[in-house]
Write a protein that binds this ligand. Structure first.
Ligand SMILES: Nc1nc2c(c(=O)[nH]1)N[C@H]1C(S)=C(S)[C@@H](COP(=O)(O)O)O[C@H]1N2
Ligand SMILES: [Mo]
Length: 394
């Protein structure tokens, strides 16, 4: 859209300003030792009932976020046996197995080691699976809210493994959490030595309890389940542990009855967040389309947006920073003509992988009954904009 027409349509739609200068002046509130958000802001995580307390997930209100960092209080949660209460002063991380020697690191030990800070997304493998099943829910939060972005700070896993020493036969690292489920996942040694972070901080403060306080694994680009929270043990092994979470669940059933195992990387995906399901456009004219794209295989290279139901596509702008295996914000100026339409986004990552249509995924993987659909579903997401400006899911 040309700049002049953007401004013209905005000027036409903007309401007359109120005389700010005439508002009464009064002394503001005092200082606070720990800040909170404005009482006018109400975005919350969403969760339904769950059969047992402590299990289940809560979803990030993506439609209320901007940029690529999710406020820690709104980071999605997924836990299998609740949030354990852990005292950092007494917490230890044991590295053992096919190591040169067993080492128990205290939190203080970890703080003394060289640190890194990286911005990465974490996404549950089940995120947007209900799109596949055909019942995604009406908002972006319900359909795609099991992904969040944070800056994670901690020690490289490779640093800890080098300190403990890695025996020649060690091919895997089994990470275990201190929660009642003793959640554990196996990670190939090559990934462990590459970019995995043992994180003690998130967005500038200690990791939140729901995110794994005092210590969690961050495994850039890989399915959320591998990012073991409340991390207390790392065992070097010759083979994978075949734990419940990598054998019974987090495998991907194919139409022929066989299953994919260890589908670690999250595929390229995107979703338009503004406008998205539940929003109402105030009228025809200028609206910025804004959304997020991400890939577990590297940086997002491009995002194309269609505002005519997929007939034509335009390249969206990628808002810096565009980081490796991080949420990436895209925007497109849009002059809505007021007519009924469908808007959708299609991301491509730096490996050349392009987000597929739902039809293509269904052709490859079939459909099966069940409310939650498949893991690792990354189809193109469309929103319906009615002539009245209501935005609904398709
Ligand atoms: N110890 C432990 N780690 C865990 C889990 C768990 O239940 N226990 N859930 C996993 C799953 S399935 C996901 S998707 C991510 C979610 O991380 P978050 O709750 O910080 O968003 O944590 C993973 N790590
Ligand atoms: Mo998950």
């Amino acid at each position: 859209m040309k700049r002049r027409s953007v401004l013209a349509s905005l000027a036409a739609s903007a309401a007359g300003g109120r005389a700010a200068a005439q508002e009464a002046r009064q002394l503001g509130a005092g200082r606070r030792a720990y800040g909170g958000r404005s009482p006018e802001v109400h975005a919350t995580r969403f969760f339904g009932d769950s059969p047992t307390p402590g299990t289940g997930a809560s979803r990030t209100p993506l439609q209320d976020t901007v940029g690529v960092i999710t406020p820690s209080s709104l980071h999605f949660e997924r836990h299998h046996s609740g949030v354990p209460r852990i005292e950092a002063a007494r917490h230890e991380l044991l590295v053992h197995g096919l190591a040169g020697r067993s080492v128990a690191f205290s939190m203080e030990d970890l703080r003394r080691l060289p640190s890194v800070s990286r911005v990465h997304f974490i996404e549950c493998a089940g995120n947007s699976g209900r799109e596949h099943a055909g019942n995604p829910g009406e908002t972006a939060q319900k359909s795609h809210g099991l992904v969040s972005g944070s800056e994670w700070t901690g020690v490289r896993l490779s640093t800890l493994l080098r300190i403990a020493g890695v025996q020649g036969q060690a091919q895997w690292v089994v990470a275990e959490g201190a929660d009642a489920a003793r959640h554990s996942r196996s990670i190939p040694i090559a990934k462990a030595m590459d970019d995995v972070i043992v994180a003690y901080a998130q967005n500038g403060e200690p990791v939140r309890p729901e995110q794994g306080y005092p210590l969690r694994l961050v495994v850039p680009g890989w399915e959320g389940n591998v990012h073991v929270k409340w991390l207390h043990r790392l065992q070097l092994t010759a083979g994978p542990a075949m734990s419940r979470d990598e054998a019974a669940s987090y495998t991907d059933l194919m139409p022929d009855g066989r299953a994919w195992q260890f589908s670690f990387e999250m595929d390229v995906k995107s979703v338009i967040l503004r406008p998205s399901g539940g929003h109402a456009l105030s009228g025809p004219g200028f609206h910025e389309i804004s959304g997020i794209a991400w890939s577990g295989r590297g940086r997002v290279k491009r995002v194309d947006v269609s505002v005519d139901g997929g007939r034509t596509w335009q390249p969206a702008a990628l808002q810096p920073p565009v980081l490796d295996r991080s949420l990436t914000r895209f925007t497109l100026p849009w002059a809505w003509d007021g007519r009924d339409t469908w808007i959708m986004s299609r991301a491509t990552d730096e490996t050349g992988d392009e987000q597929p249509t739902r039809d293509r995924i269904v052709a490859m993987r079939g459909t099966r009954p069940g409310p939650d659909g498949f893991n690792h579903y990354n189809g193109i997401k469309a929103w319906h904009v009615t002539s009245g400006g209501q935005v609904t899911h398709v």
